[in-house]
Design a protein around this ligand. Structure first.
Ligand code: NAP
Length: 265
């Protein structure tokens, strides 16, 4: 995958950091995006230490702000060329009962998780399509949206997040059809509870609201997974690599659960 430039949002932590490592080890050039420049810088340094000769840049952006996304993508394009792999991973998952889901929370969840995905695709797609359409052998384009099992089914107390992630799955399916003959595939990965800061925040909230210890709260989330464990970030990252690697061109418009079987229980 030496000829590919991958742009990953939310690359400074959790699942995004694991995806960055996986794609770096596969030989991609990388642009790491997120709001915190310091976090991205740390991540870039960690990757350089693990993967010799890695071309990695940071391009801070707030995915909910189109101007910020456009500026970061232009910067990425100027320094490492057209983006061939876009991983829309940035996300937030704040919980509230629906009655307390005010307009601010509602719009924040939709803006970051769904509109943020739209912004990044809008900014990256023209260059990706151009690179894919070079006569005699373009570079295939890949868009991988990190949705959630919350994009496939409901969970109580996270209605705005669930609505946003269902939107991401819908966008994935529609765009996959639109781009099907243009050398770009669009797929969604739908992790179940995964061992990152987002889950740590959920554990903290459950513990505060129910009086359970954090260990019990964590166990309660792990119990949703038939394998009785949290998914690990590198397991999601491996699936991103698989979707981006040669031989995956026919996988298009899918929303693939990575959840130990939760969706079929
Ligand atoms: P995480 O460690 O909190 O990662 C979220 C990342 O998104 C952070 O690096 C954060 O960086 C970035 N981000 C948040 N708001 C942003 C914004 N407005 N603009 C740009 N970047 C932003 O949690 P994670 O679990 O790895 O989450 C990654 C993705 O997986 C999310 O889309 C999440 O919904 C999805 N997911 C997670 C789970 C789970 O159980 N952990 C399950 C299913 C799906 P900055 O704060 O620096 O911006």
């Amino acid at each position: 995958m030496q000829d590919r430039h991958a742009l990953i949002t939310g690359a400074g932590s959790g699942i995004g950091a694991a995806i960055a490592l996986q794609l770096a080890q596969a030989g991609c050039r990388l642009t790491l995006c997120g709001r915190s420049q310091e976090r991205l810088q740390r991540q870039a340094e960690a990757l350089r230490a693990q993967v010799p000769h890695l071309a990695v840049r940071i391009a801070p952006m707030d995915v909910s702000d189109m101007a910020s996304v456009q500026a970061a993508v232009q910067q990425a394009h100027a320094s490492l060329g057209a983006v061939n792999i876009l991983v829309n991973n940035a996300g937030q998952a704040h919980s509230q009962p629906f009655a307390k889901t005010d307009a601010t929370l509602w719009h924040q969840m939709l803006n970051v998780n769904l509109t943020g995905t739209y912004h990044c695709i809008q900014a990256v797609l023209p260059g990706m399509l151009e690179a894919a359409s070079v006569p005699g052998g373009g570079t295939p384009g890949r868009i991988v949206n990190i949705a959630s099992t919350a994009g496939l089914k409901g969970y109580a107390y996270v209605s705005a997040y669930v609505a946003a992630k269902h939107g991401v799955v819908g966008l994935t399916k529609a765009l996959a059809l639109e781009l099907a003959r243009k050398g770009v595939t669009v797929n969604a990965l739908c992790p179940g509870y995964t061992d990152t800061d987002i889950v740590q925040e959920a554990v903290h909230n459950i513990s505060a609201k129910t009086g359970k210890s954090e260990t019990e709260a964590r166990q309660a989330l792990a119990t949703r997974n038939p394998q009785q464990r949290l998914v690990q970030p590198h397991e999601v990252a491996r699936s991103v690599l698989w979707l981006c690697a040669a031989g995956s061109d026919a996988i298009n418009g899918q929303a693939i659960a990575i959840d130990g079987g939760e969706m079929v229980a």
